[in-house]
Design a binder for this molecule. Structure first.
Ligand code: IPM
Ligand code: MG
Length: 372
């Protein structure tokens, strides 16, 4: 028996998580395990009612679970950034979910915008660092002669740009990206271990030609880590180039490891080449603690409660959750059931179908039970 936490969140979040839970329960029936779900009321409604985002008590409770099944966060009644930073990013940081795993895989029967590419050409995994880089939240915005900020800013920009900050710069903003040796080492080690279980090919993404301090360290650590994995073929790619190769030659990729912000950007591109955001799952992993599984898309508030959202990304994230628990057969059965249901044409409008969220869920759950 597994105890799993569930956070539906905002917009379409609650309905897709509810459908996802049914599919995982169906997997439990077939593979002989039980899931005891505990729902957490975290999101815009609670924030608007009480001002609470992610509380100490939430965290203490959530830490008791091995896994969290997460829907989506974001609501038009709340200024952008508040819920995202106060809930989603707070969970990633406080639970130290340092691996963000994002499989990019074209399922049979799904149309990719890349002409001529087939399922065997698009099958790789992005390992996104999830706790550092430009996401650490160090930065500031200021006007004129604000002394303390000025000192920091002078140091940051350094005199080589001879910016007379504070005297004639009307307004200034800066934000710092942070990479630590340990932060890079642990996520890269995870990526190497993953590459060992796949095609033994790992590509590191950076921008060490320009942001040479942060990504210079990232690169140094990558070269050191690579020495411990002589069987893995490695390569560096600059982030601008990687966007080009994702489109032109996705078949070159097997495992890709990237700092946080580039990972954010290139996985939306990845989602599109695998057929759209409605299909892209993600796992936020702390190998030694609580991990969290979510679709990579957002809360799509305008579709809330309309039974039109595609639940596949969330169901697939549920498969990653099962995999994480060690239920590998059940995890594979869930993906097979997604494929079967797509093959049967039971898909939502974004994939050209007419089925609703719940119908897709029922169809996939049925395929899981039947095993085909
Ligand atoms: C993602 C999202 C988040 C991110 C947002 C919602 C904070 O875009 O999971 O990719 O930037 O990481
Ligand atoms: Mg993103």
């Amino acid at each position: 028996m597994y105890k799993i936490a569930a956070i539906g969140g905002d917009g379409i979040g609650p309905e897709i998580v509810s459908v996802g839970k049914n599919v995982l329960d169906a997997a439990g029936e077939r593979f002989n395990f039980d899931i005891e779900w505990t729902d957490f009321d975290i999101g815009a409604d609670r924030y608007l009612a009480s001002g609470e985002l992610l509380t100490e008590e939430d965290l203490a409770e959530l830490k008791k679970f091995r896994a969290i099944y997460f829907g989506a966060i974001g609501d038009p009644r709340v200024k952008p950034g508040i819920l995202e930073k106060g809930i989603l990013l707070a969970l990633r940081f406080h639970l130290d979910l340092y691996v963000n795993l994002r499989p990019i895989r074209l399922l049979p029967g799904i149309v990719t915008p890349l002409a001529g590419k087939k399922p065997e050409d698009i099958d790789f995994i992005v390992v996104r660092e999830n706790t550092e880089d430009f996401y650490v939240g160090i930065g500031s915005r200021f006007r004129g002669h604000q002394k303390t900020e000025l000192t920091v800013a002078r140091e940051l920009y350094s005199l080589k740009f001879s910016l007379d900050i504070g005297s004639d710069a009307e307004e200034t903003a800066y934000q710092i990206g942070v990479i630590t040796r340990e932060g890079a080492r642990r996520v890269q080690t995870y990526a190497f271990d993953l590459a060992m279980r796949r095609r033994k090919k790992l590509i590191s993404v950076d921008k060490a030609n320009v942001l040479s301090d942060v990504y210079g360290l990232w690169r140094d650590v990558f070269m050191e880590t690579a020495r411990r994995y002589p069987q893995v073929a490695t390569e560096f790619t600059f982030v601008d180039a990687v966007t080009m190769w994702f489109v032109k030659n996705p078949e070159w990729f097997d495992v890709v490891v990237t700092p946080n912000m580039f990972g954010d950007i290139i996985t939306d591109l990845g989602a599109m080449i695998q057929g759209g955001l409605g299909l892209a799952p993600g796992a936020n992993i702390n190998p030694a603690g609580t991990s969290m599984f979510e679709p990579i898309h957002g809360s799509a508030p305008k579709y809330k409660g309309m039974n039109v959202a595609n639940p596949i990304a969330t169901i697939w994230a549920g498969s990653l959750l099962l995999d994480h628990l060690g239920e590998h057969e059940a995890a594979a059965a869930v993906v097979a059931a997604i494929e079967k249901s797509i093959g049967d044409g039971v898909v939502t409008k974004d994939l050209g179908g007419t089925a609703g969220t719940r119908e897709v869920g029922t169809s996939i759950a049925g395929c899981v039970r039947k095993g085909g």
